[in-house]
Write a protein that binds this ligand. Sequence first.
Ligand SMILES: NC(=O)c1ccc[n+]([C@@H]2O[C@H](COP(=O)([O-])OP(=O)(O)OC[C@H]3O[C@@H](n4cnc5c(N)ncnc54)[C@H](O)[C@@H]3O)[C@@H](O)[C@H]2O)c1
Length: 310
Amino acid sequence: MAFATRPFVRFSSAAAAAKKLVVKHVAVIGGGLMGAGIAQIAAATGHTVILVDQSDEILNKSKKGIEDSLKKLTKKKFADKPEAGAEFIEKTLKNLTTSTDPVSVVHSTDLVVEAIVENLAVKNELFKTLDKFAPEHTIFASNTSSLPITEIANATTRQDRFGGLHFFNPVPLMKLVEVIKTPMTSQKTFESLMDFSKALGKNPVSCKDTPGFIVNRLLVPYLMEAVRLFERGDAAKEDIDVAMKLGAGYPMGPFELLDYVGLDTSKYIIDGWHLLEPDNPLFAPSPLLDKLVEEKKLGKKTGEGFYKYK
Ligand SMILES: NC(=O)c1ccc[n+]([C@@H]2O[C@H](COP(=O)([O-])OP(=O)(O)OC[C@H]3O[C@@H](n4cnc5c(N)ncnc54)[C@H](O)[C@@H]3O)[C@@H](O)[C@H]2O)c1
């Protein structure tokens, strides 16, 4: 694999501090829903990407998903030029390799983007190991939705080269990236992450390391308020959905969105925030949401949530 045999260049900390990093070589750890999307857009925009997951079986599934997504996107984008579309897919896939061993690939990366399971101990363990093997100039970023970036960065000795890159699902289509700066993130790291996000064709916004960053901090309490409105019997869920679509111009109603995101994911986020701020009524758990999760009615993915599917 050409990527793995590239010479390993160790930057001095003075050199690393002097220049904003132009990211060319990226390792994406976690080839699930988010990681596969991040790897896809990074490869499509000319970066060399290694996608890492725990087994070849998972990685084959990720690669198949990426190929299918590229085909769908190029069909639209290159509707009149199918040859240019085929060339674009070929070029993108050439930029993408896979591995099951993050330690053996991290030495040749400028940026590591982590999109593994949402568990602080597992993320800490991964970054602690990678910190020992990654070159000094390499920036680490986490795509976590709900964990403090500072607590993930604290597993490493490079808190100044650590930030959040919060992408949105589906990654190839959603234009936003939240770039998270902790009190330890250097300005150069922050600017490098902003530039990288722009190079991906995204629109980055910045936020401090606070629960939910911007979008989820506003969105999750709104969704929970919708559930509470329904729980009190003030309005039917169907009417609340229609009201927010036609009255506020939202593309989906709150119950449709909750079912799309997954009720377990929403519960996980609100429970975490409730632990942090037990007196904040916006972060209060909902008995109805808890009941649906307990009954494994998690939304679209299980065929039933607030609504039934199929
Ligand atoms: N799903 C969303 O809408 C969304 C949006 C923004 C951010 N996020 C965040 O992105 C991250 C990933 O979420 P997802 O929805 O893609 O999850 P997912 O379950 O689809 O994928 C996670 C992948 O990580 C792999 N993995 C787990 N531990 C690993 C390890 N130690 N080394 C290598 N690979 C490992 C798993 O095998 C799996 O393929 C989470 O932190 C989540 O909070 C999710």
